[in-house]
Ligand binder design. Structure first.
Ligand SMILES: Cc1cc2nc3c(=O)[nH]c(=O)nc-3n(C[C@H](O)[C@H](O)[C@H](O)COP(=O)(O)O)c2cc1C
Ligand code: SF4
Length: 445
């Protein structure tokens, strides 16, 4: 963890500096109101200067600040944000910025918290990203059922129109409730008036995105970090976190915890400490689902001791993803939870790639049979064969996520797996589900 770097004044040329949040890990969330209301423009402006108006020419000063800060995207893949800004800025002008606030991961709540409570932090980040790459248009995609976030973002834009007119076109769009609609090509496809389904790549959005223009797709938490980096400087950003993964990140903690919540933590913080911030676990921790439904199971003791970082979780074949961590109590059945999540994966297939459409349904059926201890031995042998056959064969990585989850379940719950395969039920099977799996929406194609 870094703690020795003094914070340097941020670029005065970009609007000067207000005092950064002091003490504690809360940086993004430092200004969240306890009463649930959102931070107004006047409050926001008491801390952050207005961003420069985007021009056709990219603003390299912003890209340099983000680069020096070492920010990595918070939407799941952890790609270096400065590098992405630079690549888009080098594309054909004018460019487009899309904020990804779709948050299709059922176990994630951090993006909706940010948008519904701190909309101006996200809006300023989008404007700064637009200035950085030389964009003439901004769109933010927010899942349309997430009404609180859609309303707060739109109200915040209306507040700007009155007090601080927006320098470029800025739209908040309600997107369809579909997990793969949050994958960047799916989101771009939807902004292009197509269905919210991933498209085969290349071209990737940075080459040819909305209206065929170079398009920057950035998670809304990443945008909020850009606002703080420009305001307080890269050295301030690097005061916490690790050298390779600086700063804080938002984690959504749920499952067998006393207070399911969104926690802001310095990257590298032990996961056990983050669970404590969510009121601690309600029972002995048997396993944790790290990175969400798109992540992996990790044994409880190993997960609690591991640092919340890509480097720290990599030896466990896990990743923080978009910061999701679900706690499974020791007496719950990990295979039953896995079977329910795989059923969700199958229902969420966009249905346009055969191996995903049929393969995920087979995986879900096989896992349900295993969980209920009703599988024939041949079904179990087939499970891994099917997994192998669908891996890497979709337009997007949706089926790969299901395969990864299944494989991690086979390792972490190996004893339960053998017991279920022998047709024995486990004691956890009658326990109520721990991980919240939403009822899949009706399939649309
Ligand atoms: C199936 C799938 C679903 C995704 N859903 C989201 C999402 O809900 N929100 C998000 O920000 N990124 C999501 N992503 C990642 C995006 O494709 C993209 O990498 C991200 O928005 C880039 O932003 P970042 O660099 O700031 O992380 C998803 C990716 C996949 C493969
Ligand atoms: S892999 Fe599945 S979810 Fe992804 S585009 Fe193809 S059908 Fe849709």
């Amino acid at each position: 963890m870094l703690s020795d770097a003094p914070s340097q004044p941020a670029s005065d040329a970009l609007g000067g500096r207000r005092s950064p949040p002091a003490g504690g890990p809360a940086r993004l969330l430092a200004d969240v109101h306890a009463d649930g209301t959102w931070t107004t423009l006047a409050e926001h402006r008491s801390r952050y200067s207005p961003p420069p108006a985007p021009k056709r020419e990219p603003d390299d000063r912003i890209i340099d600040l983000v680069d020096e800060a070492g920010l990595r995207g918070r939407g799941g893949a952890g790609f270096p944000t400065g590098r992405k800004l630079r690549t888009v800025s080098q594309g054909r002008a004018p460019r487009i910025v899309i904020g990804n606030g779709t948050e299709g991961e059922p176990a994630s709540a951090k993006d909706r918290l940010l948008m519904s409570r701190l909309p101006h932090l996200v809006i300023d980040g989008a404007l700064l990203a637009a200035a950085a790459v030389g964009a003439d248009r901004i769109g933010i995609g927010v899942e349309r059922n997430n009404t609180e976030a859609v309303k707060a973002m739109r109200d915040a834009l209306a507040e700007r129109a009155e007090h601080e007119p927006l320098p470029i076109s800025f739209r908040v769009a309600g997107t369809p409730p579909r997990y793969v609609g949050g994958e960047e090509t799916g989101l771009v496809h939807w902004f292009n008036n197509g269905p919210a389904m991933p498209t085969f790549v290349p071209p990737r959005p940075f080459e040819k995105g909305v209206d065929g223009r170079p398009t920057l797709v950035q998670n809304v938490e990443s945008l909020a970090h850009i606002t703080q980096i420009v305001a307080h400087g890269p050295d301030w950003f690097r005061e916490v976190g690790t050298a390779e993964e600086p700063g804080t990140a938002l984690a959504t903690v749920s499952g067998a915890v006393n207070r399911a919540s969104v926690v802001e933590a310095a990257i590298g913080t032990p996961i056990g400490k983050i669970v404590e911030s969510a009121g601690g676990s309600t029972a002995r921790v048997g396993a944790m689902l790290l990175g969400g439904f798109f992540g992996t199971w990790v044994r409880g003791d190993a997960a609690l001791a591991a640092p919340f970082s890509r480097a720290g979780l990599s030896p466990l074949n896990a990743s923080p993803g978009a910061g999701i961590m679900c706690v499974l109590s020791e007496d719950a059945c990990g295979l039953a939870e896995t079977a329910r999540i795989l059923a969700w994966f199958a229902a969420e297939s966009a249905g346009q790639c055969g191996p995903c459409l049929y393969g995920l349904a087979d995986l879900a059926r096989g896992a349900a049979g295993l969980s209920e201890a009703t599988s024939a031995p041949s079904d179990l042998a087939n499970l891994f064969l099917w997994a192998h056959e669908i891996e890497g064969r979709g337009a997007c990585k949706h089926p790969d996520g299901a395969v990864r989850l299944l494989r991690s379940a086979a390792t972490v719950f190996a004893e339960d797996w053998d017991r279920h395969a022998r047709g024995e039920r486990c004691r956890g099977q009658s326990a109520p589900p721990t991980i919240r799996v939403p009822v899949p929406p009706p399939v649309w194609r």
